[in-house]
Design a protein around this ligand. Structure first.
Ligand SMILES: [Zn+2]
Length: 207
């Protein structure tokens, strides 16, 4: 009986201080602890359409050049990638970002033919569908290629995502993803255009 009491006391003497130390260590860590693991999430925004004019199918297809597409070439369709504001937690002592839930929005841009005629509707719709398929390929690749974006931000100082350095890293990741998809896709960066023109209005017949 006496021996058992001694054992219990010894065990308590070991457990109590250890749990106190662990508990206080846990509490001090809790200040910096992320509410949820850092991550990168994707938000697919509604498709955006830009106006295209043309008297027939050929002209409408030729005019399908997204005015918002960037770089030295204009594109039929494009997927815009934007890093939205990211809730972050910064270590008070070091000023470094310890948690981040990065949100990336993706918006597909497609052409909308204003003067579309009934006769050319099917061919036009197929053309737009091919452009949409192309952009959905980009979306698939972007979701894979940018899934670890938060890791590029972690450990940097607050406001890092607003810096030139980060912007060029982000742009390169997007460009590399676009190139990867174009190399993997049968038509590269081209959206196949309709083979034949469809005239919407019959020319006036004289005689
Ligand atoms: Zn593309």
């Amino acid at each position: 009986m006496k021996f058992q009491k001694i054992v219990i006391i010894i065990v308590l003497m070991i457990i109590l201080p250890t749990s106190l130390v662990l508990n206080s260590a846990h509490n001090s860590y809790a200040i910096e602890k992320c509410k949820r693991p850092s991550s990168t999430q994707f938000l697919i925004l509604p498709t955006s359409f830009y106006d295209v004019h043309g008297k027939d199918l050929k002209e409408a297809v030729e005019n399908s050049k997204d005015p918002n597409s960037q770089g030295d070439k204009t594109l039929v369709s494009h997927t815009f990638v934007k890093l939205e504001e990211s809730p972050t937690l910064t270590n008070k002592k070091s000023g470094k970002i310890t948690c981040i839930n990065a949100k990336i929005s993706l918006t597909i841009h497609l052409p909308k033919w204003i003067e579309k005629c009934e006769k050319a509707k099917d061919e036009w719709d197929k053309f737009v569908q091919r452009a949409l398929d192309h952009e959905q390929g980009h979306v698939k690749f972007l979701k894979k290629d940018l899934e670890n974006l938060h890791k590029e931000i972690l450990g940097h100082e607050k406001g890092y995502t607003g810096t030139k350095e980060f912007k060029s890293i982000f742009e390169k990741m997007v460009k590399d993803s676009e190139d990867r998809f174009h190399s993997a896709s049968a038509n590269g960066e081209q959206v196949p255009v309709p083979k034949n023109n469809i005239i919407c209005e019959k020319p006036d017949v004289e005689n």
